[in-house]
Structures are given as C-alpha cells and as structure tokens.
Design a protein around this ligand. Structure first.
Ligand SMILES: [Mg+2]
Length: 269
C-alpha cells in the first residue's frame, strides 16, 4: 500500500447513496487512513458546501475533514477567477453553494437586468433539481445567445438517489448548447483540470495516484486519460450495460469501495 502516492475518491455512489454509507466503506477508509495514504474526496456534488459535506460524512463515521474534500463548485470558482476574472456570473444551481464560490461575483436573478449591474458575462450551470425551471433555463439560453459564456460544473446525465435515477445537468446542458450553438466549459469531472487540481492539493503525481468512482466515463476513464490508475466500483450508478458500452476499459473493477484496501495490498497494484 505504501507505494500508492494518493487516492482520489468519488463520494456519491462510492462511499454513500443519499448520504448513507454503503456497507464496509467507513471501515475501508479507516484502513486507508491507518496506512497513511494521502486521500481526497473529489465530487461533482453541487448541492452542498465542502464544510456541509464534511459534517454529513463525519456524522456517518467517516474520518474526513472539509480540507479533504474538493467539490465541483470549489474548482469552478478557481476556474472563474483564473479564466473570467471579475465576470458577473448568473448561477443556476439547486442547493446553496455560495460559501464555496470565493471571489466570484454572482448576479442576483432579480437584479440582473437592472441599470447599474448590466447583464451577466457568464452563465454557470450547477446541479439539476428544482432550480432548473423553464424560466431559469430560458434566461440562461437568452444570455448565452447574446454572447455570455457558458460554464457548467459537469455533464452528468443522471445520479442515483434512494428513490432511483434522477435526471441531471448534462441532459439540460446538451439542449442549451444545441439551441445556442455553443460549447460549455466544463470544470468538474471529467475535465482533466479537475484531476490536476486534486493532485496538486495532495502534492501527488498522476502515475502514483488512483481514482475510485462509480461513473465509468466521468470518474474512471477520465482519470485514466489524465494519467491516473482508474478503479470502477459496482455500486451507485454502476450499470452493467453502461460498463459494456464504454469506450475504454477500467484498470480495475471491484464490487465496492470496501474492497479497495485488499486491491491496494495485492502485489503489483
Ligand atoms: Mg458517483
């Protein structure tokens, strides 16, 4: 296990489903901690701040802190500060993530057309949910059509909740891109820059790092393209047909995150 430089771990569908731990995942993370392996939880979750996620996970027994967690909003804020400094941003997101958008100027929906502010420079799509109303998406469409840049935290099509699969941002984003004839800048997984940010956070390099996820495209194959070792788990959003249809092969496939310590202890891993 000592030769592993870092482990990046997706949260939803890997450690938890609807924020409840999957069997054996708390114990598996404790074993990684005992082995002293640097780890980061890397998530496209857009419904909570990293502090709120940490509280939730600690409450379920996971040995983590807010500093171990990198969310799509945190990485999006870094992207906006770097590539669109000073931009007025219209955020469409379900859940309050404002605390993680440090240094980003958000346009209030009610004030966006006011004389002093002017229209937004960037439309930022976060996670789908009740905030993705016709009115909000149509507002985004109009701003993008007249020239605002389109930034999206991810292209995920669906995620798993306790009630089943729920439609996610990617489905709406495709329509918006087609209608406005633009391509969004993606900041969360599977963007290569997302993995680079996470590795920099841990002071690790891709060839010595592992990414564990339940999304074969966004977590596993994207990490492998970025030079990491990819590990697919058969929990969360995992579907055998998606696995078969993927245009790549994970380096490793395990039934659950609970099996990760055993995989790391296997010679040659
Ligand atoms: Mg996941």
């Amino acid at each position: 296990m000592e030769r592993i430089g870092a482990v990046l771990i997706d949260i939803d569908g890997v450690l938890t489903v609807s924020w409840k731990p999957l069997p054996g995942t708390v114990a598996a993370m404790e074993r990684l901690r005992e082995a002293g392996i640097p780890l980061a939880l890397v998530t496209n979750t857009t419904s909570r701040t990293r502090a709120s996620i940490a509280r939730k996970l600690v409450g379920e027994g996971f040995p983590v802190s807010a500093d171990d967690i990198l969310t799509a909003p945190v990485v999006t804020a870094a992207h906006l500060r770097q590539h669109h400094p000073g931009a007025r941003c219209l955020l469409i997101n379900t859940g309050d993530i404002r605390d993680d958008l440090t240094g980003v100027t958000l346009v209030d929906e009610d004030e966006e057309e006011s004389a002093d502010g002017g229209a937004p420079d960037v439309v930022v799509l976060g996670g789908a949910g009740d905030a993705f109303t016709y009115a909000a998406l149509n507002r985004a469409f109009r701003h993008v059509q007249r020239g605002a840049r389109l930034v999206a935290m991810h292209r995920s099509m669906y995620w798993r909740t306790a009630a089943g699969l729920d439609l996610d941002t990617g489905a709406f984003l495709l329509g918006l891109e087609r209608a406005a004839r633009v391509e969004a800048e993606i900041t969360g997984k599977p963007a290569g820059s997302f993995f680079a940010t996470a590795l920099a956070h841990l002071g690790a390099t891709a060839p010595h790092a592992l990414m564990v996820g339940d999304d074969i495209e966004s977590d596993v194959l994207a990490a492998q393209r970025a030079g990491l070792t990819g590990v697919l788990v058969r929990t969360g959003k995992y579907l055998p047909e998606t696995h078969r249809a993927a245009d790549g092969t994970p380096d490793h496939v395990i039934d659950s995150f609970a099996d990760l310590p055993a995989l790391l202890e296997r010679p040659g891993t």
